[in-house]
Design a protein around this ligand. Sequence first.
Ligand SMILES: NC(=O)c1ccc[n+]([C@@H]2O[C@H](COP(=O)([O-])OP(=O)(O)OC[C@H]3O[C@@H](n4cnc5c(N)ncnc54)[C@H](OP(=O)(O)O)[C@@H]3O)[C@@H](O)[C@H]2O)c1
Length: 246
Amino acid sequence: MKTLHGKIAIVTGASRGIGSEIALTLANAGAKVVINYAKNKRAADKVCAAIVDAGGECLVVKADVSKPMAVRGLFDKATEHFNGVDILVNNAGILIFKEIAEMRDDEFDQIVDVNLKGVFYTLREAATRLADNGRVINISSTVTRLMLPKYGPYAATKGAVEQLTRIFAREVGDKGITANTVSPGPVYTELFRAGKTEEDIKRMAAMASLGRIGEVDDIAQIVLFLASDEARWVTGQDIGANGGII
Ligand SMILES: NC(=O)c1ccc[n+]([C@@H]2O[C@H](COP(=O)([O-])OP(=O)(O)OC[C@H]3O[C@@H](n4cnc5c(N)ncnc54)[C@H](OP(=O)(O)O)[C@@H]3O)[C@@H](O)[C@H]2O)c1
């Protein structure tokens, strides 16, 4: 039997990048997957079609995670369609790659709204709506420990997500629910590439002990492990998935 047979997973920001690979990986392990997106319906539908082609089940739901009512609606739709939620992967995120001196108020607010408030809203729903022995996996970033220029507000939101996760793990542990963060290093996606030169990318690849930029599957496999029963004793932790960059 597949590892996640019978489980229902919501993956936020699953239309592209790391999130789409997480959705495909969880579906491949037997989970029914809710593919959330904000703008890119065509990409979300494509991920769902790939899951269906491989014999899996999925539901595409548009919801801007920075809006509390939209997040409630996401859980409502998942619950109505699949009769419950076992796994929440908070992957949706944005990066505005600028030094603090250059960043506008509205850009700062946007980063906080999606990366931090978005996680808060989903955790608040998950606290009462996730099944017993459920799993929460929040995607942070290794930049919380790297101190790289131009990542300031982004790293601040991710540091806050790590802290929220540790306390959330305490608050839901009596139901057997685990909550952890996965902190990727650089991974080849649109979010990572925007605003960087080839030279920047080469320099970052060389920073990792394993000497390369991460692939989306490097991250999805760690999420799969944390979602599985084998990871039942791991909670309140942050797992660096970064090729040894730090
Ligand atoms: N790539 C890296 O190097 C790296 C490193 C460390 C951590 N991370 C983290 O990994 C996660 C995924 O990053 P990525 O590189 O895969 O990014 P990406 O390729 O830019 O994809 C971002 C995803 O998030 C969705 N999204 C954006 N704003 C949203 C909102 N308000 N509500 C719902 N969904 C929203 C997008 O949906 P649409 O398609 O609808 O726009 C898309 O599916 C993020 O949390 C990021 O911070 C990435």
